[in-house]
Write a protein that binds this ligand. Structure first.
Ligand code: ZN
Length: 141
């Protein structure tokens, strides 16, 4: 399956303005009314991609899921740690969680709700990705 970035033919670091331009360009090619090189589903694919990428919050969630998918596909877990190796931090007044410093300047974040899943035994381990580079690690209790 192609990523939203591949569908719009932009890089994953493209700005919102660049993505918007790419979306408009694609629309012109694929709009059902124009019937130019119309492919099944291509039009809705483009719209779904744009809907996600134009929204900062949805885009960052999507990026996160892409990084995790990559980790699983390449079967790359750079490190295995315990929740107790992580630092407990209040992320903001609503969210608390755990962080762990990456070798790059980024960090891994484990949301408190996810830590609770581990603590309750509902899941055995969880793969999280660095918020800066493409490293992944596996956390267990
Ligand atoms: Zn990193």
């Amino acid at each position: 399956m192609r990523t939203h970035y591949e569908i719009l033919e932009v890089t994953s670091s493209a700005s919102r303005a660049e993505i918007r331009r790419a979306f408009r360009r694609k629309l012109l090619c694929y709009h059902p009314d124009k019937r130019i090189s119309y492919e099944n589903n291509a039009f809705s694919e483009i719209q779904v991609a744009w809907n996600v990428l134009k929204n900062v919050e949805l885009r960052s969630l999507y990026d996160e899921s892409l990084r995790l998918k990559q980790c699983h596909e390449n079967d790359v877990i750079h490190e295995e740690i315990k929740v107790s190796d992580m630092e407990y931090v209040p992320v903001d007044e609503y969210t608390k969680g755990f962080t762990y410093k990456c070798r790059c300047s980024g960090e891994y974040q484990l949301e408190y709700a996810d830590a609770e899943l581990l603590q309750s035994g509902q899941v055995k381990n969880m793969v999280i990705s660095c918020n800066y580079c493409s490293s992944c690690l596996q956390v267990s209790l």
